[in-house]
Design a protein around this ligand. Structure first.
Ligand code: GDD
Ligand code: MN
Length: 364
């Protein structure tokens, strides 16, 4: 019995806080009860950015008066959710780290489940809103849509996290080794996504949970959230080398314009073909040109599917791109946007769609 207990990992629960004083009583009590009942040795690491409501002071006090194993870090010169979590990793002494919010939107009773999944072989365990059984409480449909849309953008832009349903969750557990040698960016906006891209790990597991309502105080993450998120995705794409691919893909695309125009000219001028019909083989030749260079250059390292399937898929991407282009072009013209401008917007959308399609399917 006692031997079994000593084999359990020590758990460090890292909690970034900013003006969360009114949530601490219940938070510490529930964490404490959940972990003691499950038989884990644990510590609570609070990283507070010198909150005006003196969260740091109250956390220390609760540690002293109620005997919770609390370690409080009060930062005066630094600010930010991600950097607070990274600081927490540095100060934590456990074998397993759990990151969670202070406002009780993350039920502490889930922690043992997360840690158990780590003990069973996972390196990262995500408390996930978007696996069966998980969810969000009291969100309007448009808030869900934005959340899911943002996640989808992240997943297609970063193929490494393609299979993760909730890569922006603020509630997760991981082995210390996952982040020990990782170069995590403290301005990285979504710390879990940062870890999923830069951490050292093999197995990720998602455990469902319901994102509850904030107990007290208010959310700090609003306003520029979406823009910051997109910036973060962009930085991670750069880190992953996906941005280089995007550049190569656009160079190849540009070469395709010359191939298309050149053959069209040749067929019409020298072979006397009809100006309309001549463009069909000319377009096809430009697709083949683009395919060849993308296959040999842009996605060279990702040639896994048989050649005929890559070729077929590349054509499907081209068709999809054209459909998207039209689907954007037509309504824009209809609402009065200049047709050349409308087409430019359509082309841009088509470009992105074709890149993502090819990256995730043709060379996925
Ligand atoms: N130290 C520190 N510094 N803590 C902060 C800061 C900061 O600048 N900003 C926020 N926090 C703390 C809060 O006190 C809270 O404990 C936790 O970080 C989450 O902040 P909320 O303001 O409650 O975030 P949210 O509920 O809008 O967003 C949560 O859900 C998102 C998914 O929808 C967070 O968990 C996000 O990380 C998550 O992506
Ligand atoms: Mn919250």
């Amino acid at each position: 019995m006692s031997q079994e207990k000593s084999e359990k990992p020590k758990v460090s629960i890292i909690i970034p806080t900013y003006n969360e004083r009114d949530n601490l009583d219940e938070l510490f009590e529930r964490i404490s009860r959940a972990l003691s009942e499950a038989g884990y040795d644990f510590e609570i690491v609070v990283v507070d950015d010198n909150s005006p409501d003196r969260t740091w002071e109250y956390a220390e006090e609760l540690g002293k008066t109620r005997g919770y194993p609390v370690k409080v870090i009060r930062r005066v010169n630094e600010k930010g959710l991600s950097s607070a979590v990274i600081r927490g990793f540095k100060e934590a002494s456990g074998d397993v780290f759990v990151v969670m919010d202070a406002d009780l939107q993350h039920p502490p009773e889930k922690i043992p489940k997360l840690v158990r999944a780590i003990e069973e072989g996972a390196d990262i365990v995500i408390a996930s809103r978007y696996v069966p059984g998980g969810g969000v409480r009291n969100w309007y449909w448009y808030r869900k849509l934005i959340s899911k849309g943002a996640i989808m953008i992240g997943r297609v832009a970063l193929p490494k996290i393609r299979n993760v349903r909730d890569p922006v969750s603020g509630f997760f557990a991981l082995k210390r080794e996952v982040v020990e040698n990782a170069e995590l960016n403290p301005i990285g906006f979504k710390i879990l996504m940062e870890i999923l891209i830069k951490g050292t790990y093999k197995k990720v597991v998602e455990v469902p949970f319901t994102f509850g309502l904030r107990k007290a105080g208010e959310s700090k993450l609003s306003g520029k959230t979406m823009i910051n998120y997109l910036k973060h995705v962009y930085r991670l794409m750069k880190w992953e080398g996906e941005l280089d691919r995007l550049i190569k893909f656009s160079i190849v695309g540009t070469s395709g314009i010359f191939v298309n125009e050149g053959f069209l000219w040749f067929f019409v001028r020298f072979l006397g073909w009809s100006k309309v019909w001549a463009n069909i083989p000319a377009i096809e030749l430009s697709i083949l040109n683009n395919f060849t260079w993308n296959d040999l250059w842009t996605f060279r390292d990702l040639r896994k599917r048989p050649l005929w399937r890559r070729l077929l898929s590349f054509h499907a991407a081209a068709l999809t791109g054209a459909a998207v282009q039209m689907a954007i072009y037509a309504p824009l013209v209809y609402i009065g946007v200049h047709y050349l401008i409308a087409n430019l917007i359509g082309i841009a959308a088509s470009f992105i769609v074709r890149f993502l399609f090819n990256r995730n399917v043709t060379w996925g």
